[in-house]
Design a binder for this molecule. Sequence first.
Ligand code: PGA
Length: 223
Amino acid sequence: MSYFIANWKQNLSIKEVEDWRDHFSFPPSQNTRVIVAAPHIHLPLLQGQKQLSLAAQNVSPFENGAHTGQVGASQLKDLVEFCIVGHSETRKELGDTDHTVAQKVRLLQQANITPIICVDQPYLESQIRTLLLELLEIKNVIFAYEPAASIGTGRADSPQRANEIAFKITTLAHNRSLPIIYGGSVDHLNVDDFITQDYLSGVLVGSASLDPEEFAKIIRHQQ
Ligand code: PGA
């Protein structure tokens, strides 16, 4: 199974999402999972799209209650199958820590939402060790290796290095069956180099996913 995950971040107006939806199409394939991680307000606009699964970009580390500005896992569960956690932008701008990432993973799993956990060097060991300490076992998650220097810079990491890190993640997590994807300046020109690596099962695409035709080209490369 190959995962193609669009991460829209804080982009697109409601009108632009409607246009994106009208212009996005790709040939369905049983081996491909296409997921859009949209801002919470856009998720209802994308519901019911054929062959498209939805992800949130973040979730509250708390159970429902007095947490102004937060959206909880149990509130998202009717809208999304996946949720990104621990993205480097969320760690930097919203103060996510390894501990809050583990809390979010636990609440998402209780709501039957699959976490897409972003990790990076040089913190890989401690990021995964905290998950193991707090969850005891790491299963039913997707890991995304996202080197900070490659995010939004046009300078993707080397596919060989991404493959080595993916292998390291499965080893540290004590689970060889977890899907590991790569994110950072992926486009239709370099996607093949990542997707064909032994330990990589997909890509997380930021900027290039905002254009529905470019995102479809990235997916078609695999088919
Ligand atoms: P990028 O973003 O494709 O624009 O580099 C990737 C991400 O941050 O998920």
